[in-house]
Design a protein around this ligand. Structure first.
Ligand code: F6P
Length: 405
């Protein structure tokens, strides 16, 4: 008999808990797996030996259904960068000690490209020290910037939220007779996937978003103002989607960085609002979708949540087959009808790399998304969750704060 451990890491999404359910449910089916441990705050929980017994917390099918509609990470998260073990082995020794002491034979880490650095480093360390503990990565991130995989769990739900919200903002923006500009700031770090997903409105005959700016295209303030003026000559209410990650002048963003050296990005929408106000002088508003785009599970994509669960389950099977240092990935077979299969990739090829929006998806002016790109996005946002509600709002599954402390 072995035990297994699962942890969640990086920025929240609507689908990370669905992957946890996938890991949990699949492990329950395996007679050789005994305890299923959840590590609190990602790898930090393993380092600190802060693990919880998930079987004593997730008791019923209803609990699992609730978890699947609960955004974020029920076990908490972290942005922890492991050192190179040749420079500092101490933390690796602690991790090995916790895992061995708990008889853990497989560790599943649900996270983005930084977390896959942990999967890679740990599996390499265990191989070097002949420690028989399998380490498998389960992808997630709203940024959709993991290499090799067609897409990442969490992206589809975030994209559905972005598109739906842009649609609603469009309706709200056109009510007055005066001209206006509405700038919507969207997350995604250095990759424009999520910002580009706002263009699925074009598939519904909407002209909005009229302008889309992604980090893959060098941003010019002069071109931006010319673009806005041009669109204002055609539309009363101009809607602009802008990625948080486009290049902006020093001082617009706070300069704060996380453990991986990533800048905390926020404020480009407000900055452009001020520019439009002073240079064009029309009614202008900026809207930062902020954390709502990654935690609005009431608008979750069923395709995304189902896939997140399936890829978590596949991770358990992969570990049991004896694999380690792998990340589970999706390979798309068809757009229509949408079909994808789950495969594995080496963690070293995914860790710390970024996958950008293909140049062919961006129009020649560099300020919008081509229609043919929509076939990539549309399948990922399909289907709605049949939400369990209480007092009129979606119910969540939570582990008591005192347990997570
Ligand atoms: O990596 C996911 C993400 O949501 C990015 O889109 C965003 O830039 C970043 O995390 C925000 O970081 P934090 O979770 O620390 O606010």
């Amino acid at each position: 008999m072995i035990n297994i451990a699962v942890a969640q890491s990086g920025g929240p999404t609507c689908a990370i808990n669905a992957s946890l359910v996938g890991v949990f449910k699949e492990s329950l089916k395996v007679s050789t797996i005994d305890a299923i441990f959840g590590s609190v705050n990602g790898i930090e929980g393993i380092i600190e030996n802060h693990l919880v017994d998930l079987k004593s917390m997730i008791l019923t099918n209803n609990d699992m259904e609730l978890l699947k509609q609960t955004p974020s990470t029920v076990l908490g998260s972290c942005r922890y960068k492991l050192p190179d073990w040749h420079d500092d082995e101490e933390v690796y020794k602690k991790i090995t000690e916790t895992l061995k002491q708990r008889n853990i034979g497989a560790f599943l880490y649900i996270g983005g490209n930084d977390s896959m650095d942990t999967v890679n480093k740990l599996s390499e360390y265990f191989a070097e020290k002949a420690v028989d503990i399998k380490v498998i990565g389960i992808p997630k991130t709203i940024d959709n910037d993991l290499c090799i995989t067609d897409h990442t769990p969490g992206f589809g739900s975030a994209a559905k939220y972005v598109a739906t919200t842009m649609h609603e903002i469009t309706r709200d923006s056109i009510v007055y007779s005066i001209p206006s500009v509405t700038i919507v700031e969207i997350m995604g770090r250095h990759a424009g996937w999520l910002t580009a997903s706002s263009a699925v409105l074009h598939a519904m005959g909407e002209t909005a978003p009229h302008l889309v700016y992604v980090p893959e295209v060098k941003f010019s303030l002069d071109s931006f103002l010319a673009d806005v003026r041009q669109e204002m000559s055609k539309h009363k209410a101009v809607i602009v989607a802008v990625s948080e990650g486009i290049e902006v002048p020093e001082g617009v963003q706070s300069g704060v960085v996380d453990n991986f050296g990533h800048k905390y990005l926020s404020g480009i929408g407000k900055y452009l609002e001020d520019v439009v106000r002073s240079e064009i002088g029309c009614k202008v508003r900026s809207i930062e979708l902020n954390v709502m785009q990654r935690c609005s599970s009431h608008l979750g994509s069923k395709t995304d949540i189902d896939e997140a669960e399936a890829i978590g389950a596949a991770g358990v099977r992969c570990a049991l087959e004896g694999e380690t240092g792998k990340v589970m990935v999706f390979r798309r077979i068809e757009d229509i009808p949408y079909t994808a299969v789950i495969e594995t990739a080496d963690a070293k090829d995914i860790a710390n790399n970024e996958k950008f929006l293909p140049k062919k998806y961006i129009n020649s002016a560099g300020n919008n998304i081509r229609d043919f790109a929509l076939k990539y996005f549309l399948p990922l946002i399909q289907g709605d969750l049949n939400l369990i509600t209480e007092n009129g709002i979606p119910k969540h599954f939570a582990i008591h704060e005192s347990v997570l402390k």
